[in-house]
Design a protein around this ligand. Structure first.
Ligand code: BES
Ligand code: ZN
Length: 622
């Protein structure tokens, strides 16, 4: 039982306190604990709220749709006459409640938000069953053709964050509303379904139409964006006793090997922030079109195969997604404007886990690369987009790097032990609850600052949260590991040879630093020299290859066209894909022709999220 000293969210509410209106006892008052109105959702959860979702869906790979029903258990104010859900392009056949038929309307559709699904409820309504299908173009889902997978079988996966789950589930798609869920999913014969939930039937059960049914149960209350599903030919390997890897059979051993530090990561995170509360932790390596590095779906992180570098050098992404088990999945941004509470805290915890596992040097190099990136972003963006609160685009470095820098700054000022104690108690106090920026600051002042005016003045809390750029107390991460990189760059630019000797011994971060710090304008002869000395066109490390291609394409370096095409045809991670097309488009006729030719072949292989981004780059204004 969680006892809050004070309702932090109440201050931001327009509606009157609800506890007094709630019909019965603590249970229903708690069920309607006040939430701020989310501008990204049509739902009005202070009036009527979904508590549990029960899915019964068939994955129809021929039509590329989910078909079936969602039964929602709800809690409502006694005077509530309707409940509003988010629905995006759902084809709704019927809606009924535990009391029988009911009326419903779908409001006006908006491109990004979909439409409000308003359902009439009378008192006594406890469940609502919606028979529906998703649309073939549902923005969350990617239905892969056999040619796009390692196994040569069909594959499907979902991506919920931020507001995409409404394209396959009618729900209150706002992170303040937490739900438990269960599901029965019918998949084609030979394929396995996995979800961000406990798997009740690992082998599946015979089901209608010759398919197999998989049942799931998620007993912890999660925000709707964390419901996730994947269906494909999947194998599992244990990595320790409560962590493991899922992937297509030909990939699963490489995945289990690359990620075999997961048990240690788990021990480090638990020692810092308390018990892992979700049961198992598995990582699912998806086919290469997965649009992100990783996605922190509870119990089952989704990850890109571009993490499989062979040397664990990109394992910070796994540390990051695991860290979300506390920052994000346990204590959750109330609305997306508070997203830095998820991503910034998680990036800080990622640094702490990596420091324990891979050492201070590894972490400081990672932080120094991130520092350079945030400086560049602040320099090129309008100040408005560099505030932590409402950082805007969730893909921006602000929520991540500025957010992490905030906690690193706190740590420097109040000490590591106090920071750790605070964070641990914060995750305990607000476990399974939403958090706002204002609520966090109030809590931090209550538990750490405690009226100490001198400390308050040194922290610059409000400036961090609400002002653009980096406050004066931000400090650049220091590492001497990049000194040799600078020396090599200097020698090379002074006409020396690109020396393979240090490169061979460098880590991924030093190689990235080298490629990021070489002057942007290089001749074909200079690019030839580094390409040949370091085998850049052939590198198997996706981060290094990306940095190389950015540099080479920006200089119109023809020999990079073929590896760029191979890379862009072989994976669909937005962080790599979008900037590479942007670079080519910035390169006059040569680059534009190259970008259009590659995209003509690649577009059909990308996830809808990435297609949207690249379409906008190639055809601005459309
Ligand atoms: N939650 C994010 C992914 C995300 C962000 C999905 C915004 C949709 C909208 C995830 O935890 C993440 O940040 N992944 C990063 C890796 C991380 C180490 C910075 C990624 O995908 O590259
Ligand atoms: Zn994250």
């Amino acid at each position: 039982m969680i006892i809050r000293r004070r309702t932090l969210l109440a201050a931001t509410l327009a509606t009157p306190a609800l506890a007094a209106c709630a019909s019965t006892a603590a249970e229903s008052a708690d069920a309607l604990a006040p939430l701020p109105q989310d501008p990204d959702s049509y739902a009005r959860p202070n009036e009527a709220r979904v508590r549990h979702i029960s899915l019964d869906l068939t994955a129809d790979f021929e039509r590329k749709v989910f078909a079936g029903s969602a039964t929602l258990s709800i809690a409502a104010r006694p005077d509530a006459r309707e409940i509003v859900l988010d629905a995006h392009s759902l084809n709704i056949a019927s809606v009924r409640t535990n009391l029988g038929e009911t009326s419903w309307t779908l409001g006006e559709h908006q491109d990004r938000y979909g439409a409000p699904l308003t359902i009439a409820i009378a008192s006594g309504v406890e469940t609502i069953t919606i028979d529906y299908e998703s649309a073939p173009g549902a923005g969350s889902l990617q239905w892969l053709e056999p040619a796009q997978t390692a196994s040569g079988k069909q594959f499907l996966f979902s991506q919920g964050q931020a507001i995409l789950n409404r394209t396959w589930i009618p729900l209150q798609d706002t992170p303040g509303v937490r739900i438990t869920y269960d599901a029965r999913i019918v998949a084609p014969a030979g394929l396995t379904a996995v979800m961000s939930a406990e798997m009740l039937t690992p082998q599946g059960e015979p089901a209608e139409g010759g398919g197999r049914a998989f049942r799931f149960r998620m007993p912890q209350a999660i925000p709707g964006y964390l419901i996730a599903i994947a269906i494909g030919e999947l194998a599992h390997r244990d990595v320790g006793n409560r962590t493991g890897a899922w992937a297509e059979p030909s990939v699963v051993d490489a995945a289990a090997q690359e990620f075999d530090d997961m048990p240690r990561m788990m021990r480090v995170a638990e020692a810092l922030y308390g018990d892992y509360r979700w049961g198992r932790y598995d990582v699912l390596v998806l086919p290469p079109s997965f649009p992100y590095g990783g996605m922190e779906n509870p119990r089952l992180t989704f990850a890109t195969p571009t993490l499989l570098a062979g040397d664990k050098s990109l394992n910070n992404v796994i540390a990051h997604e695991l860290a979300h088990s506390w920052s994000g999945n346990l204590v959750t941004n109330a609305v997306w404007a508070d997203g830095w509470l998820n991503e910034g805290f998680t990036s800080y915890i990622e640094d702490r886990i990596c420091e324990e596992l891979y050492g201070v040097d590894y972490t400081m190099m990672a932080r120094a690369l991130a520092w350079a990136a945030i400086q560049a972003e602040i320099a090129k963006n309008t100040p408005d987009t560099t505030r932590l609160y409402a950082a805007g685009d969730t893909g921006s470095a602000v929520a991540y790097t500025k957010g992490a820098l905030f906690l690193h700054t706190v740590e420097r000022i109040i000490g590591r032990a106090r920071t750790d104690r605070f964070l641990r108690s914060y995750f305990d106090r607000y476990a399974f609850q939403p958090m706002t920026t204002a609520g966090f600051l109030e809590d931090f002042r209550d538990h750490v600052v405690r009226g100490d005016a001198d400390l308050e003045a040194r922290l610059l809390l409000d400036e961090w949260a609400y002002e653009p750029g980096l406050p004066a107390n931000a400090q650049e991460p220091q590492t001497d590991r990049f000194a040799e990189v600078e020396t090599e760059i200097g020698a090379f630019m002074a006409g020396g040879a690109a020396s393979a000797a240090p490169w061979e011994n460098w880590t991924t971060f030093e190689r990235q630093r080298y490629l990021q710090r070489l002057p942007r304008d290089l001749s074909a002869a200079q690019l030839d020299a580094v390409n040949t000395a370091f085998g850049l066109n052939e590198t198997g490390n996706a981060e290094v290859l990306f940095d190389w291609l950015q540099l080479a394409l920006a200089n119109g370096y023809e020999p990079a066209a073929a590896p760029a095409e191979r890379f862009l045809m072989s994976m669909g991670r937005g962080k790599f894909v979008a900037p590479l097309y942007r670079t080519m488009i910035g390169q006059g006729a040569w680059g534009q022709a190259l970008a259009r030719r590659i995209y003509a072949g690649a577009r059909a292989t990308y996830h809808p999220i990435v297609v949207r981004r690249v379409d906008a780059i190639l055809n601005p204004g459309e």
